[in-house]
Design a protein around this ligand. Structure first.
Ligand code: NAD
Ligand code: MG
Length: 396
């Protein structure tokens, strides 16, 4: 028997991470894979449990203060424990054939780049990587002979719809949006929406941050940019379509007028399993659609007044360069402030827009960043400006 395929999962304890863990176990666990590293946050007990189940070589918590607890939970297992951002980056330096990028936010950037540097196949759930550093990330993959496989459901759907198609024949790409928690709310009620209300997705079970981003449509805004960066299609040819059933994930329109789309149950194990088994199409434990029972699929154009995030994403794509990094960082800080009860639901878009306006004055915003360090520095500056904007808003 040959060597086992080696895997690492960044963000193993999150929603994407748990689905990835589930598939690794179902597909043979430690008999089928050599698990190099698993990483998580404060849920150390669960991280240790996953590491023991897969016989991982290393488990890393993002938080230094959780290290002793992790060591305790792994006692006697022979599994190494480490903590903190440096340890996360070093975990990505350990070669693995397949790496899941399942950390939420720009924190996934450094591990992703480090994994690409040793030629891994990077299964990219983390959309923020492409939004903040798209061209550099794709360059890194090319330079190191690595591969990026999209795991966001829409982008996996586009990828699958484009199999054996020529990108030059693509006229348009349509990504669908469920509309999130507030799709049926009257617009006047949105200003008073609570964190608990925004954290309930009608169709998908996901982490809290992406769930709130779905309600505000910032998730779809990030995905517009992600589509532009990954598939290299101009922004004017990418459309967002409301589709409350979340069964059609994306559609590609070709120059002959035909469209190829991808349908499936709203279960991320499809997109994760597709990336895990690519180029094979392996059997996956996802529900099979009974379209006769579904009866009808509905579609609508998104209301631009209701969803300012989409307009902001288009401005970001227009500017290019570092605008994506500024947009994402401001969005992350605004989301933190909403979750902390410091700003209202509708204030998030206002904060992001103000931060973008402040940066628009800088002549270098649209220039392509040459290094990851430049992107990380801009991410830090945008977070500081967003903090000021939120602080000033509260004093008024
Ligand atoms: P989640 O909040 O459920 O899990 C995030 C994981 O990252 C956890 O393991 C957490 O411990 C870890 N983490 C959080 N902050 C970290 C930090 N600063 N440093 C290191 N680790 C950190 O999130 P999720 O819903 O699984 O989403 C993960 C990523 O996948 C996001 O980028 C999201 O947009 C994307 N995504 C998720 C889904 C989904 O169905 N959940 C679908 C498409 C794309
Ligand atoms: Mg998605």
């Amino acid at each position: 028997m040959g060597a086992l395929r080696s895997v690492s999962v960044f963000g193993a304890t999150g929603s994407i991470g748990e689905s990835t863990f589930d598939l690794l176990v179902r597909q043979g666990g430690r008999e089928a894979y050599r698990t190099v590293a698993l990483t998580g946050g404060r849920n150390v007990a669960r991280l240790a449990e996953q590491a023991r189940a897969l016989g991982a070589e290393l488990a890393v918590t993002a938080h230094d203060e959780c290290l002793d607890e992790l060591k305790g939970a792994l006692a006697g297992s022979g599994i190494e424990a480490a903590a903190g951002p440096t340890a996360l980056a070093e975990a990505a330096d350990r070669p693995a054939d397949w790496v899941m990028s399942g950390i939420v936010g720009a924190a996934a950037l450094v591990p992703g780049f480090r994994a690409l540097a040793h030629g891994a196949t990077l299964a990219l759930a983390n959309k923020e990587s492409l939004v903040t550093a798209g061209p550099l990330l794709l360059d890194a993959a090319r330079t190191h002979g690595a591969r990026i496989l999209p795991v966001d459901s829409e982008h996996s759907a586009i990828f699958q719809s484009l199999l054996s198609e020529d990108m030059a024949t693509v006229e348009r790409i349509i990504i669908t949006a469920s509309g999130g928690a507030f799709r049926d709310w009257p617009i006047e009620r949105l200003a008073g929406a609570t964190v608990a209300e925004a954290s309930c997705h009608p169709n998908w079970a996901m982490g809290q941050r992406i769930t709130i981003d779905s309600a505000s449509m910032f998730n779809k805004a990030l995905e517009l940019i992600e589509t532009h960066e990954f598939f290299g299609i101009t922004p004017d040819r990418i459309e967002v379509l409301l589709h409350p059933e979340s069964l059609v994930h994306a559609l590609v329109g070709f120059r002959d007028g035909g469209m190829i789309g991808h349908l499936g149950a709203p279960d991320m194990r499809h997109a994760i399993g597709y990336a895990l088994n690519w180029p094979d199409r392996a059997p996956l434990p996802v529900a099979r659609l009974d379209l006769a029972a579904v009866g009808r699929l509905t579609f609508a154009a998104p209301d631009p007044v209701r969803y300012p995030a989409l307009r902001l994403a288009r401005a970001v794509m227009e500017t290019g360069g570092l605008a994506g990094a500024v947009f994402n960082a401001a969005k992350e800080v605004a989301l933190d402030a909403f979750i902390a009860g410091r700003i209202g639901f509708l204030d998030m878009a206002g904060v992001v827009e103000t931060v973008l306006e402040r940066f628009a004055a800088s002549t270098t915003l649209g220039a392509a960043p040459r290094t990851l360090d430049i992107i990380l520095a801009t991410d830090g500056e945008a977070r500081a400006v967003a903090g000021e904007v939120i602080g000033a808003g509260r004093r008024n």
